[in-house]
Design a protein around this ligand. Sequence first.
Ligand code: GLV
Length: 308
Amino acid sequence: MTLLFKIDEARGQAWKTLFRQHAPDIDVRLESDDVDPAQVRYFASWVAPQALHHTYPGLQVVFATSAGVDQFDLSELPPHIDVVRMLDPGIAQGIIEYACFAVLSLHRDIPLYLRQQDQHQWQPRPLVPARQRRVGVMGLGNLGVAVLNSLQPFGFPLSGWARSAKQIDGVQCFAGQDQLKAFLNQCDVLICLLPLTDDTRGIINAELLNALPHGAKLINLGRGGHLVEADLLDALASGQVDEAILDVLNDEPPGRDHPYWQHPKIWLTPHIGAMTSPQTAFEVLLANIRRHQRGEFMPGTIDRREGY
Ligand code: GLV
């Protein structure tokens, strides 16, 4: 029974070492190793190559090494193959750090002060108290909830929106299309942590941005596909959106002439919000393999109809 990793050599070796030390009964191979295709039961990767189930006829589970699985073509895999996303506490920690850094930077006008520094300007703005800065998170999966919980101590009024109703202590929760506008109307800072599906592609468009309070700030930690990039440029030009911090884009890296590179009101980071690290993800992956071996449900299993 083989667990095959499609991953860069260095991280692959780290995974192999962990399995050798803690679960030597599982035969872990990298693509560069000698692999008997008939033995492959588990496949772990950031993206799945086409026709995976033909190459590995005994394949039972595809483990995404990422939190999001939009990069997999789920329609292509037969239904008996489970696809499981990575619920790595290390990913959650990375997203928490990024979200707090981004919210606090926007709350304290740091992008503005950096622009002022460029101009040799020393112009303090009045401080907005945290209790007057309403922060909303779209997407209340494990990452959205983790971010909201970690923002609690700062005193921002917190809200969240998801497709279905959720309850989170200290967070005003909105659900479904019917309540999306009411949610947006009160987000001074909006964080996107949605999964990318057919329903959420392009969700951050002119209509959504216009529903925010004038001068709102945007943080995208979901996927580039959530954002209609031209609509954000318009919203920044009109002042409807005041600043944006984006860790994900449609094309990564964006083309050399992409208008976001030079935009004074956009901070870009190269999809570094979180990274799966074998050290923290190993236990999660091994626990799921053990569950699968016992015929139990694996947390993170994708609902094929929902796409996440
Ligand atoms: C990274 O973007 C992930 O989905 O883990």
